[in-house]
Design a protein around this ligand. Structure first.
Ligand code: LFR
Length: 489
């Protein structure tokens, strides 16, 4: 079977051509394109958007390229979560989708919590508090009266491809408008907060066929009327399908890209007070699994640092700055990488320096020192989060699987093993695309009965790299105490 997997990340998108068969699983990148926020002025300020039409055009280019390389049997799209387009009654897009890092949601969560207490919100939705949850973005919209339907990004693209509207469940589960237990929209919650229930489209499970390419579009692209499959359309859902864990192992995962999503796969949501206090989330996964995790700020801080040096006229290449970072003594300076100051786009090196100065540490100056601080700080956040996940669920963690683009960062993988004190198994880089392709393949008839079968196929066809912890536990414990006084070294 030949399948196109579109995997749209916040920093770049790609279309992969996948091949699946008995003992066969491969993905090959056929088209890659940059993504990112587009800031546009408006009265009194600016708005950070996504270039959704550009993404759609690149998607079509990629699908055509994939078909050219070998006739396709299907197509599936996954992307970052929470963001959406609103359609009017005729199905036309009302305005350009706003980027979740836009400042419009400032203060919205706080207002909502005055009406619906955090405990109740968590009890219904199981979601962590992130300022950009779809719920808060919708409440930041000026006017919803013309809006008839909300479509999350992959659902919007699927609609343009097939004419069929709907909401795939793994992504719907990130909106904070979805009931984690009943797996239906939390209509009561939405209405109580003034969000019209008509906006929430019919839900569909990952692994169902959305429809086929619209005849006019197929003709224009010289493609057959391909089936479009709803995969785990939240990129993290697809990436976790792509975690090649052995059955029966106690594993945590880190889906490492713009964000690092750090946690465990559970059968049921964990909704206790301690999980709420630790701001863990329960997102819906493929085959009814739950991703119990926290968002760690991720490689975003590194990529924004590179962008800043570029804009300042002192560009540094990623390989050279990583080589410099490897020479900097470990744990010279660390920050709480999850602090809200690192969320919006901007001058990360200055923010890092300021955070180090405020905590009375040696201030990193050179790009190598800054990047080392970012990587050590990420590893510390992984350590904290893996431990918390384990404590909150009572499950031991014996191995950490790292998947996604961060697998390429060998220094970070080693630091992760050191910080977590357990071996890291790194790979595959393209876990999200593999998860996407596997769920499509099953929907179109491949014999892949469950996640275990999908993961076994990944293990049989992809090499993983193992990193052993270097055993400097006391250093990591001391560093953790430097940024969090509650941690005793
Ligand atoms: C990762 C991701 C995260 C989500 C964030 C924002 O790409 O999808 O899971 O919290 O982006 O949508």
């Amino acid at each position: 079977m030949r399948l196109a997997a579109a995997d749209l990340g916040a920093s770049s998108g790609r279309v992969m051509a996948g091949t699946v068969g008995p003992g066969v699983l491969a993905v090959e990148e056929v088209h890659r394109f940059p993504n990112g926020g587009v800031r546009v002025a408006r009265a009194g300020g600016s708005t950070l958007y996504w270039d959704i039409l550009g993404l759609y055009r690149e998607l079509l280019t990629g699908v055509r390229a994939a078909h050219k390389a070998g006739a396709l049997d299907g197509l599936g799209i996954d992307s970052w979560a929470v963001d959406y387009g609103l359609l009017d009654a005729s199905g036309a897009l009302l305005g350009n989708p706003v980027n979740y890092r836009d400042a419009r949601t400032e203060g919205v969560a706080e207002r909502v919590l005055e009406t619906v207490p955090a405990r109740e919100l968590f009890d219904v939705t199981g979601l962590q508090q992130l300022p950009f949850n779809t719920l808060y973005q919708l409440l930041a919209e000026r006017d919803l009266s013309a809006a008839e339907t909300l479509l999350l990004i992959p659902d919007l693209l699927n609609y343009w491809l097939t004419g069929v509207r709907g909401a795939e469940r793994t992504n719907a589960s990130t909106t904070q408008l979805y009931d984690v237990r009943s797996r239906e929209w939390a209509v009561g919650l939405a209405e109580r907060l003034g969000i019209p229930a008509r906006l929430l489209p019919l839900l569909r499970d990952p692994g169902t066929v959305v429809g086929t390419l619209l005849p006019d579009l197929a003709a224009e692209l010289a493609l057959p009327e391909l089936p479009v499959v709803a995969v785990g359309s939240h990129d993290t859902a697809s990436a976790v399908v792509g975690v090649p864990a052995e059955p029966g192992t106690n594993f945590a995962y880190i889906s490492s890209g713009t964000w690092s999503l750090v946690g465990l796969e559970l059968g049921e949501p964990e909704l206790g007070d301690a999980a709420l206090a630790a701001n863990f989330t329960n997102e819906g996964g493929v085959d009814g699994t739950i991703r119990f995790l926290r968002n760690v700020m991720g490689l975003w801080v590194l990529s924004e640092s590179l962008r800043t040096w570029d804009a300042q006229g002192t560009p540094v290449s990623l390989p050279s700055v990583l080589a410099q970072a490897a020479e900097v003594p470990a744990l010279s300076a660390v920050v709480d990488i999850d602090a809200p100051v690192f969320l919006p786009p901007g001058d990360m090196p200055s923010r890092i320096r300021q955070a180090c100065a405020e905590t009375g540490q040696r201030v990193p100056e050179t790009p190598g020192e800054i990047v080392r601080c970012v990587l050590d700080s990420l590893a510390l956040a992984y350590r904290r989060t893996v431990r918390q996940a384990s404590e909150l669920t009572g499950r031991p963690v014996d191995v950490v699987h790292v998947v996604g683009g961060g697998v390429r960062n060998e220094l970070l993988c080693q630091l992760t093993a050191d910080a977590c004190g357990v071996p890291v198994l790194a790979g595959p880089v393209e876990a999200a695309a593999l998860g996407n392709v596997l769920v499509q393949a099953r929907a179109l008839g491949a014999d892949l009965p469950d996640l275990a079968a999908m993961r076994a196929l990944i293990r049989d066809t992809h090499e993983l790299r193992r990193y052993e912890p270097s055993g400097r536990e006391a250093d990591w414990a001391r560093a953790a105490a430097r940024i969090d006084p509650r941690v005793v070294a």
